[in-house]
Design a protein around this ligand. Structure first.
Ligand code: DWN
Ligand code: ZN
Length: 402
C-alpha cells in the first residue's frame, strides 16, 4: 500500500505496467551489459483527495540533469501550438514591461515567441543541456527546479509576474506544494498561472497508458487540482481543452477572486464526474483495457512477423519506452527505431536495447511497417511521409493500421 504524496491518503493502484527502466535513459553501446535501473511503474488514485499519481516515484535529479534526452522543438505541431498560445497571452493578459516566467522552458520553444525588448522574459529549466540551447536563442534561463526560493529570487530581480506558464511540466513536479508556494509568491494580484498537461479523461478514453512513466508523477483532472490549489488561495477560473499530446487540458489559475469563473470549469467538472474520472472502479476498468491493448499489439506484430514483414519503430519517445517494455517487444520484432533528435541517434532504447538511428536510413532501407511510437504527431507525420509508401501501425486504443 502506498500513501498519497499530497495528503497521505491511501492510494489504490489502477494500472500496473511492470518493472520499467527510466523512459528517457537511452543507453550507450558500452552500457548495454551493465545493470539497468528498473522500478515499479504503476498509477493509482488517492482515495481521499482523488489525485491520480505514480505509485513509485524517482528522484528528480536522476531524471532532469545535464543529459536530458528530450528537446521540445522536435515537432511542427508543437511549434505552431506554442506560437498560437503566446499570441493569446500577449493580446489578452500582457502589456509592455510585464514579466513572463516559464517553468520548464526546455529549449525555448515557447519563450522565444515573446519579444524581449517589450517584455521581461525568464525561463526556469533544470536540465542543463536543453537550457543551454535556449540561452543560445538569447533567452534568460535559471537552471534550477522552480520552487519558492527561485520564485523569490525572480521576484527580487524582476518584480511580480503577470504570467507564469508551463506546458507538459507541472505533471513532472513531485513537490507540488513547493510549486504552489512559488507561484503565490511570484504572481501579481491580477496575474495568471496557466499550464497544460495530458488530461486524465483523455488518457483513459484513448487507452493512452504510455503517458504513464517516471517523469509523469501526476495525471491531472480539474476537480483534484482545484482541491489542491484552494489550500494556497489559488483557483481555476477557466479551462480550455487542447488536442496536443493526445488530449491535454489547459488550466487558467489566479489568486482567489481575481477573475470571474468561466462556465467551462463547471462543464469540465460535470463531464469528469459522468466519466468516472475520480472513481477507483472506473479507473480499474481502464487498467483492464490496457491489458487488452497489450495483447492485441503483440498479436498484430507477431502475425506480421510470421508473414515475413519487417517492422521498425517511428520516434524514440519516452512513451515508446513504456509500450515496448510493457508489451515485451524487442529487437526480434522491431529492428530499429528512427528518431530525428541527433543526440538520441546511435544510442539504444531503455530496457529493450533496440538501436536508435537517423530517419535517413529509410532512404536505403524499406521495412514494411512503422510502429508509430509518436502517435501524438500522427497527422504531422502522415503528411511528412506522404508518398513514402510507409504503412503505419498505432497501438492505442487497440493495435490497428492507420
Ligand atoms: O511530457 C513530455 C513530453 C511533452 O515530451 C516529457 N516527459 C518527455 C517527452 O515525451 P516523449 O518523448 O514521449 O515526447 P514526444 O514529443 O512524443 O517525442 C517525440 C520524439 O519523436 C522525439 O524524440 C523526436 C521524434 N520525432 C521523430 O523522430 N520524427 C518526432 C517527430 C514529430 C518526427 O517527425
Ligand atoms: Zn491525496
Amino acid at each position: 500500500m502506498k500513501n498519497c504524496i499530497l495528503c497521505d491518503g491511501e492510494v489504490g493502484e489502477f494500472v500496473y505496467l511492470g518493472q520499467q527502466p527510466i523512459a528517457n535513459a537511452f543507453l550507450k553501446k558500452e552500457d548495454l551489459g551493465k545493470n539497468e535501473f528498473m522500478f515499479h511503474l504503476g498509477a493509482g488514485i488517492c482515495k481521499e483527495c482523488k489525485m491520480s499519481q505514480l505509485v513509485e516515484t524517482i528522484p528528480k535529479e536522476r531524471l532532469f540533469n545535464e543529459n536530458y534526452a528530450y528537446f521540445s522543438s522536435v515537432s511542427q505541431t508543437m511549434e505552431k501550438h506554442f506560437k498560437k498560445f503566446s499570441d493569446e497571452l500577449i493580446s489578452t493578459y500582457l502589456k509592455a514591461g510585464d514579466l513572463v516566467v516559464e517553468v520548464g522552458s526546455n529549449d525555448g520553444i515557447m519563450l522565444k515567441n515573446f519579444d524581449t525588448n517589450k517584455f521581461k522574459v525568464v525561463g526556469v529549466e533544470p536540465a542543463l543541456n536543453v537550457a543551454e540551447v535556449s540561452r543560445k536563442k538569447g533567452l534568460e534561463v535559471i537552471s534550477e527546479f522552480f520552487d519558492e526560493k527561485v520564485a523569490n529570487r525572480i521576484l527580487q530581480e524582476k518584480g511580480k509576474a503577470k504570467v507564469i506558464y508551463a506546458a507538459n511540466v507541472i505533471n513532472h513536479i513531485e513537490p507540488l506544494p513547493e510549486l504552489a508556494k512559488g507561484v503565490v509568491a511570484l504572481l501579481d494580484g491580477k496575474g495568471i498561472f496557466v499550464f497544460e498537461d495530458p488530461y486524465l479523461v483523455d488518457i483513459v478514453e484513448n487507452n493512452a497508458y504510455d503517458q504513464i512513466y517516471d517523469e509523469h508523477v501526476w495525471f491531472f483532472s480539474v476537480k483534484p487540482l482545484s482541491i489542491f490549489l484552494e489550500k494556497y488561495g489559488l483557483e481555476i477560473f477557466d479551462v480550455k481543452h487542447q488536442p496536443t499530446q493526445g488530449g491535454s487540458m489547459r488550466y487558467y489559475i489566479c489568486k482567489k477572486g481575481s477573475y470571474p469563473i468561466n462556465n467551462r470549469v463547471s462543464e469540465a467538472l460535470e463531464n469528469e464526474s459522468i466519466k468516472g474520472t475520480y472513481s477507483f472502479e472506473s479507473l480499474k476498468k481502464f487498467g483492464k483495457e490496457v491489458e487488452k491493448s497489450k495483447v492485441m499489439l503483440v498479436k498484430k506484430l507477431t502475425e506480421l512477423k510470421s508473414e515475413g514483414k519487417r517492422i521498425f519503430g517511428y520516434g524514440a519517445s519516452a512513451k515508446g519506452t513504456v509500450v515496448l517494455n510493457y508489451c515485451g517487444i524487442g529487437s526480434d520484432i522491431i529492428e530499429y527505431i528512427t528518431d530525428t533528435t541527433p543526440t538520441k541517434q546511435g544510442l539504444y532504447n531503455p530496457g529493450k536495447h533496440i538501436p536508435i538511428v537517423s530517419p535517413k536510413i529509410l532512404k536505403e532501407d524499406a521495412p514494411d511497417y512503422a510502429l508509430l511510437l509518436v502517435w501524438n504527431y500522427a497527422e504531422e507525420i502522415k503528411e511528412k511521409e506522404k508518398g513514402s509508401g510507409l504503412k503505419f501501425i498505432v497501438h492505442i486504443p487497440y493495435a490497428k493500421e492507420l
